[in-house]
Design a binder for this molecule. Structure first.
Ligand SMILES: *[C@@H]1O[C@H](CO)[C@@H](O)[C@H](O)[C@H]1NC(C)=O
Ligand SMILES: *[C@@H]1O[C@H](CO)[C@@H](O)[C@H](O)[C@H]1NC(C)=O
Length: 465
């Protein structure tokens, strides 16, 4: 057991003048999918070369990070290090910058905060946090802001999905034990985002990617939403970061100094400034924050300034409409301070429109999701995942219209984040990149080079009801 003193001493080394990023006026973004959370369908050739397998259901072979780490305990870290270094590079950042991309959503697993992993029963690669730091720094240097997306949650939040990190048909995220681990993750990420200069590209932390759509199957998720916001705000409050009513830009005021002793006093059981459970979460998170910070390095130990001038992070949730069945909690009820909402829309999986071009265009051109979100107080709303895939064989001309019409619909909200910045181009992948890769879509002319532009601003005119 570490003494509070040693943790406090560690923490006091971490205080720095960094400025957390703020949300762009309009988000033109891409997901950095399959980087720190690998989904093998997006890189079938590389996955086979690494030693992975393909199968259906995905639980029956080495199709996920979990299965891979379990099968190759001795080489998993090195294999993933290679993948992390090559899948997302400085060249990619430069290309995204050239293309006017201003936002990156970064899907992450809980295991990137390594002390949260129970190594007796859970198997994941180690070392991702160094890569996250590397990528955030490159994004920051390019002026691209970032969302840390808790995409693969402890215990697994969705059944038989590669994006959940492990394929299983018994997701266990919706339990006290795993909600608690996700809250500790959020506290650590909040601390890093405010304290570490390379993390200052972060403007939002997303509590959970795509929970089960049937709220009956996610007991406690509404409570988790509230505790997630309380955790982020408690951490910020302890760091001296408070709500500001008007100007959310970072000020240069460093008069309020960072005091580790006060931080511990604020969450000690005897003197808990927040609800008891949040103090427990923060007390659990502080030593992890120190360990992870020392591990990741890169703090300038000589600059010790207050953090009071930093803007608060945005807390971020899937919008209330995501849980379309059962008694869904409205994340707007959890908000304290800046909060954003994430909507995902894919036509290719069915259930949205009939599988033909006219039905797709009619649906997207009359989309009501932004208005509905507004009515539920879920604003600002952005479209954090979308793409060009269709259920039919689309012509090049259709894909241009399809890209335009989607961008038109999504910029009625706070903007959009394409899935994905790229996918593998290989024999094994076939033509996957045509509809799933932002960079390839631009290259082939479906997506305009300037993300704010459209080929045809009147593309929806014939379809509007
Ligand atoms: C930090 O806060 C504690 C408790 O309020 C106080 O006793 C101490 O003097 C403070 N340290 C500094 C360096 O301001
Ligand atoms: C949601 O889950 C409950 C409990 O399993 C089930 O009874 C209900 O039919 C489900 N609703 C939908 C729309 O699938």
């Amino acid at each position: 057991m570490r003494s509070v003193f040693s943790v406090a001493a560690g923490l006091s080394c971490l205080s720095l003048a960094t400025a957390t990023a703020i949300i762009p006026d309009k988000i033109y973004g891409v997901n950095l999918g399959s980087w720190l959370l690998l989904e093998s369908w997006m890189l079938p050739g590389e996955w086979l070369q690494m030693g992975g397998e393909q199968c259906n259901p995905c639980s029956s072979c080495i199709a996920t990070e979990f299965a891979f780490a379990q099968a190759y305990p001795d080489t998993v870290d090195q294999k993933f290090e290679e993948h992390w270094n090559t899948w997302f590079t400085g060249d990619d950042v430069n290309q995204l910058k050239d293309l006017g991309i201003n936002t990156a959503r970064i899907p992450l697993g809980y295991w990137i905060i390594e002390p949260l992993v129970d190594r007796k029963t859970e198997f994941y690669p180690r070392g991702g946090i160094h890569q996250l730091r590397r990528g955030l720094k490159q994004l920051k240097d390019a002026g691209i802001v970032a969302i840390l997306d808790h995409h693969a949650l402890p215990g697994v939040a969705a059944d038989n999905q590669q994006f959940a990190g492990q394929c299983t048909n018994t997701p266990q995220f919706y339990t006290d034990y795993n909600y608690n681990r996700a809250l500790v993750w959020a506290a650590v990420m909040t601390g890093l985002s405010h304290l570490h200069p390379d993390f200052s590209s972060v403007f939002a932390i997303e509590a959970a990617n795509e929970p089960l759509m049937n709220a009956t199957l996610t007991p406690g998720y509404g409570d988790y939403q509230k505790k997630f916001v309380q955790t982020v705000r408690a951490m910020e409050s302890l760091l001296g970061i408070r709500a500001r009513t008007q100007n959310r830009r970072a000020s240069t005021d460093s008069s309020a100094s960072f005091n580790a002793t006060e931080i511990f006093n604020g969450v000690s059981p005897a003197n808990c400034r927040f609800t008891g459970e949040i103090c427990k979460v923060i007390l659990e998170a502080l030593p992890i924050l120190v360990d992870v910070s020392l591990e990741v390095g890169g703090f300038d130990l000589h600059s010790v300034f207050g953090l009071a001038g930093q803007p608060q992070l945005m807390t971020n949730f899937m919008d209330v409409s995501w849980q379309s069945a059962g008694p869904a909690a409205n994340p707007a009820d959890a908000a304290m301070g800046p909060q954003g909402y994430d909507n995902h829309l894919y036509y290719v999986f069915g259930g949205v429109a009939d599988p033909n071009p006219k039905a797709y265009m009619t649906s997207i051109c009359n989309l009501q999701r932004v208005q509905n979100a507004q009515a539920s107080r879920n604003i600002p709303l952005w479209f954090g995942e979308w793409g060009l895939p269709t259920q039919f064989s689309a012509t090049d001309a259709f894909l241009r219209d399809w890209a335009d019409a989607q961008k038109l619909a999504y910029t009625k909200g706070a903007g959009w984040i394409f899935w994905n910045f790229k996918v593998e181009i290989s024999e094994e992948a076939g033509d996957l990149a045509r509809e799933w890769s932002y960079m390839e879509g631009v290259k082939r002319g479906y997506l305009t080079r300037d993300p704010a532009a459209l080929h045809n601003p009147n593309v929806c005119d014939p379809y509007i009801n």
